[in-house]
Design a protein around this ligand. Structure first.
Ligand SMILES: [Zn+2]
Length: 87
């Protein structure tokens, strides 16, 4: 494999990976330059966001959903602390 190939991931492979994660890739092949470039996509919940292939590959997904998840976790933590205080 050449260095050039490692730098520029095949676009159809990227599109496939997005589809497998139920994410709609909105960036077209003609606009794709490299794996560090931000790609426009839409998550299963309908949020539009941009993510680089590198980040997507590392398991990063919709930032809106991850914020909600984090909020949910911190709320649960707060509730636990409250319960402990009440007791
Ligand atoms: Zn989302």
């Amino acid at each position: 494999m050449t260095i050039e190939k490692q730098k520029r991931k095949n676009f159809s492979d990227i599109k496939k990976a997005f589809e497998e994660s139920s994410t709609l890739l909105l960036t077209e092949e003609k606009d794709y330059k490299n794996s560090k470039q931000k790609l426009d996509c839409m998550c299963p919940s309908g949020h539009k966001y941009s993510i680089s292939w590198n980040s997507f590959q590392q398991g990063l997904r919709c930032p809106y959903d991850s914020v909600l998840r984090m909020k949910d976790l911190s709320d649960r933590k707060k509730n636990k602390i409250k319960m402990v205080e009440v007791l």
